[in-house]
Design a protein around this ligand. Structure first.
Ligand code: C5P
Length: 397
């Protein structure tokens, strides 16, 4: 999906070694459909050739205020007007100081004063420079003025030391831009998402689990947050990192997940239950590690609570979305589940298909509502499917 189609992004590149990483930022933004123009400071042009950005953006790259004779007096105004958002990456300590105090001594800093577009800055510098009271004060000034600071990360720096000061990863910078443009259709709404697979202990070292990676649910949580919702992510076992800016609750068993979900249920507007909850648990969990003494071992399993069904039974105002992973008669079973669990809609998929289901990055799903209407979606990334689901939720609450 081209989330940034029709969006004009002006990127100011200042003179830090991380300038090379911004090539990737630009490339990603272009792939997302944005129109990108780049302005570089003279120092930045020492690190990366303007031509590199020129080739990727397919637009001229401006460095000098008084370059040639080409309408210099309108260029900064034209670029200032072009921008729907102005991103400075990497932002050096020098740039931050100038921007904070309204100094306009080159093309980029002049644009900063001339534009009414919102500004984002992604600082990158040596740790001591970043932590210097002057830099910190300048960041505060900018933040108080409404500038979005995309925080530097901790890591190995070009100067050979390790600490805070690395430019935020291109993926993260682009996510911030996408978030900036996303319509806040879930503003003021609280969404509970469950994800990952629950695990059921057998003894202190073993458990019964499933192949859920958590990818689908984590993408849903991310999308809900991008669209402005307050998000609670209750997660079982997962193979992916928790998204930022969500309330993250880690659980292991189905019973723990049930307790965590019920604790939040009354306060939320929607529950999206994408977790793969174990249907059974071991009846008598061994207190000590089970020895391999016998030829066979029998575990007695008892049924776990069906969390979603319970939510359906006690539904007041909440929108309930379930998942149905099947290997046959997908639509038929999914329709049955809507009725059985009192759901508003269900995301059904045939996990036996290639490119769908557990662990992979894509999914092939159908969205089915209470009336039984089916929207068959083509194979798409889990991130894109998450967005579709979230849009449907936003339409319904
Ligand atoms: O009945 P089935 O397990 O196929 O239903 C799947 C849906 O129900 C999923 O949304 C899943 O998260 C939820 N579920 C649950 N508690 C269980 C089993 C499944 O909430 N014990």
């Amino acid at each position: 999906m081209n989330e940034l189609t029709g969006k004009n992004i002006l990127i100011g590149v200042t003179g830090g070694i991380a300038a090379y990483k911004v090539v990737e930022v630009v490339s990603r933004l272009k792939k997302l459909g944005a129109e990108v123009r780049v302005v570089m400071t003279r120092a930045a042009a020492e690190f990366v050739a303007p031509r590199t950005f020129q080739e990727i953006t397919k637009n001229p790259v401006s460095v000098e205020m008084f370059a040639g004779t080409v309408n210099f007096h309108v260029e900064h105004i034209a670029l200032a007007n072009f921008a729907d958002v102005l991103l400075i990456a990497p932002a050096t300590a020098n740039f931050l100081a100038k921007a904070a105090h309204g100094i306009a001594d080159d093309l980029l800093t002049t644009i900063v004063l001339a534009t009414t577009a919102p500004m984002m800055v992604a600082p990158s510098m040596n740790t001591r420079m970043l932590e210097h009271p002057a830099t910190q004060a300048n960041l505060k000034i900018l933040e108080n003025r409404g500038v979005k600071i995309i925080d530097a990360e901790i890591g190995l720096l070009a100067c050979g030391t390790s600490g805070k000061g690395r430019l935020s990863e291109p993926e993260n910078i682009c996510a911030e831009i996408v978030k900036f443009f996303a319509p806040k259709i879930l503003e003021g709404k609280k969404i509970l998402v469950t994800a990952g697979g629950t695990i059921e202990p057998i003894d202190p070292v073993r458990f019964i689990g499933n192949r859920s990676s958590g990818k689908m649910g984590y993408e849903i949580a991310k999308a809900a947050q991008i669209y402005g919702a307050e998000v609670i992510l209750i997660s079982g076992n997962a193979a992916v990192d928790a998204p930022d800016n969500v309330k993250f609750v880690k659980v292991e068993t189905a019973e723990q997940m049930r307790a965590a979900v019920l604790a939040e249920y009354e306060t939320v507007d929607a529950v999206i239950m994408s977790a793969a909850v174990s249907d059974y648990r071991v009846k008598n969990v061994a207190a000590q590690k089970i020895k391999k003494s016998n030829e066979t071992l029998t575990l007695e399993l008892v049924k776990n609570p069906d969390i979603l069904k319970e939510l359906g039974q006690h539904k007041s105002h909440q929108l309930l979305v379930g998942f149905a992973a099947e290997t046959e008669n997908v639509i038929e079973y999914a329709r049955g589940k809507i009725a059985e669990k009192n759901l508003d809609f269900i995301v059904a998929n045939d996990v036996s298909q290639e490119g769908a289901g557990f662990s992979v990055d894509t999914n092939i799903a159908s969205l089915i509502n209470r009336a039984g209407d089916v929207e068959n979606l083509p194979k798409m990334s889990k991130a894109e499917l998450a967005e579709r689901i979230i849009r449907r939720v936003a339409e319904s609450i």
